[in-house]
Design a protein around this ligand. Structure first.
Ligand code: NOJ
Length: 505
């Protein structure tokens, strides 16, 4: 929410809306970066790690926000961008001046381009710097130079940044592309390099900060996850793992056909794996980088309520820590726009410009709407009025194309309220040891649905999620109905498309 009318959501807007989170049952908030930044990548290009971006407010606003959160029992998780800074950061401005500058070795330089490493946003990851006649590494945008973690001074700086915010009261960090901080030039590893564990432990294993919650954005195989999240490792509490997002796409913008069964199989694999290795799993369907599940995998027109609630039961009653992205709690679908001018995201614009003219524009816009991060970063839709209640100024990104129909107020007033369903899910998690701590057991036989059990001592819960088409589901234990999104009150029987129901022994 935009509290000062400049069209951009801000910290005071968050503070003003905390009661919404309390009502939903949320007990921690992860904020994407709100530090000083030229903002070429929505704040993931930081120019000062210790201050707040003007657009979002001041450090005093931040202090008021965290104190209001803590009063309500809500914890605050800040985003820590440790792999790169903005090219406008003082360190880089100094570093690029000369090879003798004390900050030069804070970044990764080579006399010649040494390899074909690519920027995640497209093109070579190396950029020429005239003053030193060298190339610097940027795994993301040109204006996001990678820090050189091999340099102990860089590691000390980042520890200081962590300590600064912990001293101000933050409860945890979401660590942006953390697995990029260690690279291996010999073997060509741009991320998941050999010193990742050592660096992570140096950052978070210190006794002053050991107690805080950390979730690393780390795409990595099972072995590395065991290492980085193991209870005895002093590295991370948990990671975000993205297998369930890669289904249905080739790269960010390439669509391939897929079924929800594939997602179920991935969830089952990770539930079993994390259970066996005693790891904490993270549960999420949407975030600021990923297109909405209900639009991508479901049917957000005829079955929007059913999809939103079925995916909620499918994910958030599993074992792990649930993360909800703003708008998900009332079934916000993707807006989809026909005009590229309504997209601001650096990755989207780069992709559009590289493909423009090579395929019909309407086909290209389909790919953009499928993959673009701006297709779900739209201003929040609170109620049906000017700017859907986001604020009075012209909004920083286009308003949602369906904001008049789908907004929090409308949803709450509806008999089919996604918000009410989310509350039930969260209440059940809080009340039930089986859901929070219990074992997971997949009892699905065949395809087209997902049935699983959660058990702790005598408490047993059965979650049944039917997918796209009507189906008869059998061979389930005959337990008592808790809640659901359809008419079925029996575990065994006919389920409508995207119907879900939860039962208790
Ligand atoms: C991952 C973040 O989630 C994304 O939004 C950002 O563009 C990149 N890391 C680079 O920091």
């Amino acid at each position: 929410m935009d509290a000062n009318g400049d069209g951009i959501g801000d910290l005071n807007g968050i503070t003003a809306k905390l009661d919404h989170l309390t009502e939903l049952g949320v007990n921690a908030v992860w904020l994407s970066p709100c530090y000083k930044s030229p903002n070429i990548d929505n704040g993931y290009d930081i120019s000062d790690y210790r201050d707040i971006m003007d657009d979002f407010g001041t450090l005093d606003d931040w202090k008021r926000m965290i104190s209001e959160m803590h009063k309500r029992g809500i914890k605050l998780i800040m985003d820590l961008v440790a792999n790169h800074t903005s090219s406008e950061h003082f360190w880089f401005k100094e570093a690029r001046k000369s090879k003798d500058n004390p900050y030069h070795d804070y970044y990764v330089w080579r006399k010649q381009i040494p390899n074909d490493w690519q920027s995640v946003f497209g093109g070579s990851a190396w950029e020429y710097n005239k003053a030193t006649d060298e190339y610097y590494l940027h795994s993301f945008a040109v204006a996001q130079p990678d820090l050189n973690w091999e340099n102990p001074a860089v590691r000390r700086e980042m520890c200081d940044v962590v300590d600064y915010w912990v001293n101000l009261g933050v409860d945890g960090f979401r660590c942006d592309v953390l697995n990029y901080i260690s690279k291996d030039f010999n073997t060509g590893l741009q991320f998941n390099g050999p010193r990742l564990h050592e660096f992570t432990k140096e950052l978070f294993g210190r006794k002053e900060v050991k107690h805080i919650f950390t979730v690393g954005e780390c795409s990595m195989g099972t072995d590395k996850i065991v290492d980085i999240c193991g209870a005895d490792r002093d590295e991370l509490t948990c990671i975000f793992q993205f297998d369930h997002f890669d289904v249905g796409r080739v790269g960010r913008f390439g669509i391939r056909s897929h079924k929800i069964d594939e997602i179920r199989d991935i969830l089952v694999f990770w539930q079993n794996f994390t259970q066996k290795n005693n790891l904490i799993y993270t549960l999420f369907t949407d975030n600021h980088d990923q297109t909405n599940y209900i639009s991508r995998l479901g049917n957000d027109k005829e079955y929007r309520y059913e999809c939103a609630t079925m995916f909620a039961a499918m994910f958030y009653l599993l074992k792990g820590i649930p993360f909800i992205y703003q708008g998900q709690e009332f079934g916000m679908p993707q807006p989809n726009y026909d005009d590229i001018e309504l997209f601001d995201d650096i990755e989207t614009r780069k992709f559009y410009n590289s493909v423009k003219g090579k395929m019909p524009n309407n086909e290209l816009m389909k790919l953009i709407n499928f993959g673009s991060r701006d297709n779900f970063r739209h201003p929040m839709c609170w109620y049906n009025s000017k700017n859907y209640g986001f604020g009075v100024g012209d909004t920083w990104l286009a308003l949602h194309s369906r904001g008049g129909e789908v907004n929090l107020e409308n949803d709450k007033a509806s008999k089919k309220s996604v918000f009410e369903f989310y509350k039930k899910i969260i209440d059940l998690r809080k009340a039930s040891k089986a859901i929070r701590l219990g074992a997971f057991e997949n009892i699905t036989v065949g395809n087209g649905y997902f049935a699983y059990l959660r058990k702790f001592d005598d408490e047993e819960i059965l979650v049944v999620c039917n997918f796209e088409t009507e189906r008869e589901i059998t061979r389930l234990p005959e337990w008592g109905y808790l809640f659901g999104n359809g008419n079925n009150r029996q575990p065994n029987g006919k389920y409508a498309p995207y119907e879900t129901a939860i039962f208790k022994k």
